[in-house]
Design a protein around this ligand. Structure first.
Ligand SMILES: *[C@@H]1O[C@H](CO)[C@@H](O)[C@H](O)[C@H]1NC(C)=O
Ligand SMILES: *[C@@H]1O[C@H](CO)[C@@H](O)[C@H](O)[C@H]1NC(C)=O
Ligand SMILES: *[C@@H]1O[C@H](CO)[C@@H](O)[C@H](O)[C@H]1NC(C)=O
Ligand SMILES: *[C@@H]1O[C@H](CO)[C@@H](O)[C@H](O)[C@H]1NC(C)=O
Ligand SMILES: *[C@@H]1O[C@H](CO)[C@@H](O)[C@H](O)[C@H]1NC(C)=O
Ligand SMILES: *[C@@H]1O[C@H](CO)[C@@H](O)[C@H](O)[C@H]1NC(C)=O
Ligand SMILES: *[C@@H]1O[C@H](CO)[C@@H](O)[C@H](O)[C@H]1NC(C)=O
Length: 503
């Protein structure tokens, strides 16, 4: 009994060893394979036979569907017409490879297929235990994209796209929507499905944030499927801006809002004065008392990726005209009055004399300061009023005109000349009864007017009168600016002087 048992045990062991060795009929074929209609399907297949150390050379391979339909035969004439020219053996039977390809797959190709091998001088065997079932579908599966949930701008990243297919000789073509370097696709087979992988290495930018990354697979015959994944690109704040009312009346308050574009969103806002000192926290900042001297303000936005700042923001402050103490009249060859007005928005100026309204002969603006010039000669009043007004209010200053010795002298001198000319003309007329005297009188009379209006040397494009004024009185203007700036107790006074001196 014991002997029998051990004998049986040994037999089973032997049987096992036998079936596991090269010396048995068996085949390795996937249980099922999925193909795309119109495309091809490749059925990986390897088989074994009990060679017992002998060598065989004559092999006949047969694939059949159901019982009788021969879909592949080494002798191709035996193939049923429906599969003629559509099947081929990719494997080499001598190397125990029975891999089959069926092309131009059709729906009624679905079913179970069996491999049979006939070896001359040995035996023949149908591998009923290793059936493969073929399924035909109309559209391929979507490609699968893998990429990090969040990527960082300007930091290289690699994404992969995987697509399955069943037609090894004609794999689909994978393309990406984003530029980058793609690695030659790698293939891996599993149960008659090949997995084609394409990797894309690229550097994401801000523009890629929330944009789909597409991968499309083009199958032959042409059938394209694509899939995409939204990219989340982390980047530091960009376009940091301060929003506020476009203009504010002086001594009123203003709310400043700061915004910045970033991912992840900005988690803190800070406000800085022009000297770089921090003045507040938070996305909104209320400036309670805005004056014309309010400094520029900068907002800095910070997120996990970094920080960025807005351009210095200057608030446009509206205030009524203020006529500066440097305003005055001077008299050289002409009488020139300057009215220096600081206002926002810029003011209009009227020059008023006790008897009439005069027009400014020159206007020069720089920032909130506007310098109005009035020029005259004979008949200039003793006092003039400069009256400035803008939307915020008005202001008047009375300027007295200094005594002008030169003009008196010129008046007396020209009067004398006129008398002399008249006397001479009369004498000449008495002698020769000529017609010229009248004209010489006119010549002299015109002189002062010409002096006033003739532009100095190189006037060209600009309004002649204004230009003339500027060229004549540039030096005076400069000293006027200097006075005004220093009056103000402005700490930048010296710097400004330099600037003006350079003009
Ligand atoms: C069988 O042949 C196919 C087609 O030539 C080949 O791709 C496959 O690697 C072979 N299998 C083995 C196990 O050699
Ligand atoms: C990416 O895919 C979406 C939807 O699949 C499509 O609307 C878009 O046009 C595609 N973009 C590119 C660049 O292919
Ligand atoms: C800050 O934002 C501006 C655009 O608003 C951008 O040009 C600049 O590169 C950004 N700086 C940093 C450090 O991100
Ligand atoms: C600032 O933001 C607040 C709250 O979002 C809003 O009510 C206000 O209108 C904004 N002000 C400006 C000047 O944009
Ligand atoms: C802003 O917040 C930081 C930290 O939260 C704090 O140290 C700083 O003093 C605050 N600044 C102002 C002006 O409130
Ligand atoms: C604002 O207040 C200052 C000081 O109280 C004053 O000098 C100035 O005239 C005011 N500005 C306006 C436009 O009322
Ligand atoms: C205006 O004034 C500024 C200084 O406040 C000076 O730098 C600039 O040169 C001036 N511009 C003109 C045209 O005078």
């Amino acid at each position: 009994m014991v002997i029998f048992q051990s004998c049986l045990f040994a037999f089973i062991l032997c049987l096992r060893a036998y079936s596991a060795s090269d010396n048995s009929w068996d085949a390795t074929i996937p249980k099922s394979v999925v193909g795309l209609s119109g495309s091809c399907v490749v059925i990986p297949c390897t088989y074994n036979y009990p060679s017992n150390g002998k060598t065989y050379t004559d092999f006949t391979g047969i694939w059949y569907k159901s019982v009788s339909e021969i879909i592949y035969h080494t002798d191709t004439s035996k193939i049923i017409s429906k599969f003629k020219d559509r099947t081929s053996l990719l494997g080499n039977l001598h190397q125990k490879n029975c891999t089959l390809k069926i092309s131009s797959l059709q729906h009624d190709d679905q079913g179970q297929y069996i491999f049979r091998i006939e070896i001359k001088d040995l035996d023949m065997f149908s591998f009923h235990e290793s059936k493969v079932s073929i399924t035909v579908k109309d559209s391929p599966d979507l490609p699968i994209i893998s990429v990090d949930k969040e990527v960082t701008s300007q930091k290289e990243v690699t994404a992969t796209c995987v697509v399955s297919h069943s037609c090894l000789p004609h794999p689909p073509r994978l393309t990406w929507s984003h530029k980058g370097t793609t690695k030659s696709p790698l293939q891996a087979q599993e149960d008659g499905q090949w997995k084609l992988t394409s990797s894309l290495t690229f550097t994401p930018s801000i523009e890629d944030h929330n944009k789909p990354l597409n991968c499309s697979a083009e199958f032959t015959p042409v059938k394209t499927v694509s899939n995409n994944k939204n990219l989340k690109v982390k980047y530091p704040p960009y376009n940091v801006n301060v929003q506020s009312k476009s203009q504010v009346k002086e001594n009123e308050s203003v709310e400043l809002n700061c915004s910045g574009d970033s991912y992840p969103p900005v988690h803190s806002f800070q406000w800085f004065g022009s000297t770089g000192t921090q003045i507040a926290n938070g996305s909104s900042y209320r400036l309670n008392h805005v004056t014309r001297y309010t400094e520029t303000i900068t907002c800095t936005a910070t997120n996990t990726e970094g920080e960025n700042s807005s351009a210095p923001q200057r608030i446009k402050v509206l205030y009524p005209p203020e006529i500066k103490s440097g305003s005055s009249c001077e008299s050289e060859t002409f009488i020139v009055c300057f009215c220096i007005v600081d206002s926002s928005p810029p003011s209009e100026v009227k020059w008023l004399s006790p008897s009439s309204t005069l027009l400014s002969s020159g206007v020069q603006q720089n920032g909130s300061i506007t310098i109005f010039t009035l020029q005259g000669w004979l008949g200039f009043p003793d006092t003039v009023h400069c009256s400035a007004s803008n939307s915020e209010g008005n202001s008047v200053m009375t300027l007295s005109v200094p005594y002008n010795g030169l003009i008196i002298y010129l008046v007396v001198a020209s009067g004398t000349v006129v008398v002399i000319v008249v006397v001479i003309s009369v004498c000449v007329a008495k002698r020769c009864c000529g017609r010229r005297p009248a004209q010489s009188v006119l010549d002299v009379k015109n002189d002062p007017n010409e002096l006033k209006t003739t532009p100095k040397s190189d006037t060209s494009s600009q309004e002649p009168q204004n230009y003339d004024l500027y060229t004549n009185y540039e030096e005076i203007d400069q000293s006027v600016y200097k006075n005004f700036e220093c009056d103000n107790g402005n700490p930048e006074c010296e710097q400004d002087e330099d600037v003006y001196a350079n003009t």
